[in-house]
Design a protein around this ligand. Structure first.
Ligand code: AMP
Length: 380
């Protein structure tokens, strides 16, 4: 029997999950999203919407009463409320998995305890812990908020003793951890999936280019040796084995100067660095996520052709309605998220540039340079 799927969050990720679900009517009859924004992206793709804050307990319970399965596109959900909602609907990834992942300290400790490589870190209970950590693993280091931090907003780099007080005060009493700064060669990620029956599949390693701490571009495949790629994919598989969560996960990693792989962070959801799969793979990450939480056989993750995903971000210089982005170029697949208003660095859409006729990643990158200007948002 086809199921009703509830999604906490109806932004672009919820939108693309909704679009994938509409192609699986035999498994999913309806999507309901919980999102505070009127006419949120997922509702534009046909999802019903409960308009409320992501953390609104009553709204989450209402969603669970109306759904057979619940998933989420944001990791800041209240895992205790979700645990309660589990009496009404199956929740995947489970609230237990979410609880580990949404706290960077629990997440890193969990990975370390399972012999999965992470940067050195310590829990910070007071400023004395910061000093002790710096003594132990030296400068530079990053002071990080344990929870509710993304796109680099919850990090403060400590370069010398002079920065310690300012860094500590910056977080105004939030729970923190201190982490050794990794002089990485490259930022990479693996989109990994695990279905409710334990089947695991990983997509090939991709390379991520950030600007202003926000993902600008993903290059599939990553420009690394086969050995590095294999190692990263094995570490991702191992992570999925121990984590036991069902769904798609974005596993962000660093390639160190010695070509080692270190996990930076796991997202318990479909991930921006997996958007290329819409065109580069037989199974998109959104379809894979649905297969995973429904307990269906996972789809192929093979990369069909090199692809670059480029994020269309709001201009830093204005906030407001923006001129429609127009891009019709061969082998370019534009996806706008239906957001009316641009804000500085807001994710408004993306495009995938797909290689044809044995084009190389370098050739694709040169093409991206010629398209960048057309992608700038301008006031309407
Ligand atoms: P986060 O929000 O913790 O994932 O970090 C955002 C960005 O900060 C990452 O994409 C990295 O560029 C950088 N970063 C995070 N942790 C470290 C680290 N331990 N060493 C160096 N850079 C880091």
């Amino acid at each position: 029997m086809a199921k009703v799927l509830g999604i906490i969050g109806g932004g672009q990720l919820g939108m693309m999950i909704t679009e994938a679900a509409s192609k699986m009517p035999e498994h999913i009859s309806k999507i309901i999203v919980l999102d505070p924004t009127e006419n949120c992206p997922a509702s534009q793709a046909g999802a019903e919407q409960i308009r409320a804050d992501f953390k609104d307990k009553d709204a989450i319970i209402e969603l669970s009463e109306k759904s057979d399965i619940i998933t989420y596109e944001i990791e800041s959900g209240d895992s205790d409320v979700l645990k309660y909602a589990e009496r009404n609907a199956e929740i995947n990834p489970s609230p237990e998995t979410l609880k580990i992942i949404q706290d960077k300290l629990l997440q890193k400790s969990f990975l370390k305890d399972n012999d999965i490589p992470v940067a050195r870190f310590i829990e910070v209970r007071d400023i004395g812990c910061v000093r002790a950590g710096l003594k132990e693993f030296g400068y530079p280091a990053l002071l990080k908020a344990r929870r509710d931090a993304y796109d680099g907003r919850g990090n403060f780099k400590i370069g010398s003793e002079d920065d310690i007080q300012e860094a500590f005060d910056y977080f105004k009493g939030q729970s923190l951890l201190l982490e050794k700064f990794v002089e990485f060669k490259m930022e990479v990620s693996v989109i990994a999936s695990r279905n409710t029956k334990g089947q695991i599949r990983t997509y090939p390693l991709v390379e991520n280019i950030h600007e202003d701490n926000i993902l600008r571009m993903t290059i599939a495949p990553a420009r690394v040796t086969e050995e590095i790629a294999r190692n990263a994919e094995l570490i991702a598989s191992k992570t999925m084995t121990v984590l036991k969560g069902a769904g798609v996960f974005g596993i962000e990693m660093f390639v160190t100067q010695n070509d080692e792989i270190i996990i930076n962070e796991i997202a318990p959801r479909v991930h921006n660095s997996g958007h290329h799969t819409l065109q580069s793979s037989e199974t998109s990450q959104f379809e894979q996520h649905l297969k995973a939480i429904l307990g269906l056989e996972l789809g192929s993750t093979r990369l069909l052709h090199p692809t670059i995903m480029y994020n269309i971000l709001g201009s830093k210089s204005f906030e407001g309605k923006y001129r429609p982005i127009d891009l019709s170029e061969p082998n370019v697949y534009l996806k706008m998220y239906g957001k009316e208003v641009s804000k500085p660095l807001r994710k408004l859409g993306h495009f995938n540039l797909v290689a044809r006729d044995n084009e190389t990643v370098e050739q694709l990158l040169a093409k991206i340079e010629t398209l960048k200007e057309k992608m700038e948002t301008k006031p309407l």
